[in-house]
Design a protein around this ligand. Sequence first.
Ligand code: FPP
Length: 246
Amino acid sequence: MSKNINYRTKLNSETLPKHIAIIMDGNGRWAKKRLLPRTAGHRAGMKSLRKVVETCTELKIQVLTVYAFSTENWKRPEGEVSYLMELLVEYLNKEIKELHDNNVKIQIIGDIQVLNNSCKQEINRAILMTENNTGLIFNIALNYGSRTEIIYAIKQVAEQIQANLITIDDINEQMLSNTLYTSNIPDPDLLIRTAGEMRLSNFLLWQIAYSELWITEKLWPDFGEKDLIKAIVDYQKRDRRFGGIK
Ligand code: FPP
């Protein structure tokens, strides 16, 4: 556990975001700056992730969702894709005991059926082991794409209509939300993106309708506890009106 963290005193514990989502970008650029292979950037990114999960646990954040691998990331060289998968297995393998001891519940959003067996085994082990935990929900977006998720939800709704279980009039926002991968969690309050890009990259497009966006130039491997606290403090200064007026 962290010590001497004065900047945490700036936080208002009453208005913490329930759900923080993160686009962890910039691993490749971090490595390039150091003349290292991209894989070294991903490994350094894993360390940042470890720290951020620890901080969210300590702050008693309800949900953390991280974009670990998108449906578009398959376009990367095969070696990088398999390294990312191996890193996930290594991460879960190394961290699962501590995560479990800290009452963290691991969930995955995305289609993991296409992943290799060792990856699926490690993921299922982590999900099963932590399924009854009541602390931080650590939601890993893996082979995730928002458009695919929405199409999958629409197909489920269409099937229910076809089977005469519901009618078109039963379709509403709540119903569609309940059909998404994120059905059991609140929408993100705060979306953080590192490495400065001003885009959403097919991440949680439905769920972030009213999320506060916080973008930093810092590359993901350089992102730490202090940055996370800064993002939350800034979030707490925002005036959230959800389309209304005050
Ligand atoms: C984006 O950086 C990052 C990813 C596509 C993968 C994120 C993976 C990690 C943080 C590693 C640890 C994750 C787990 C779940 C163990 P980029 O490669 O697109 O960076 P660039 O835009 O600078 O090239």
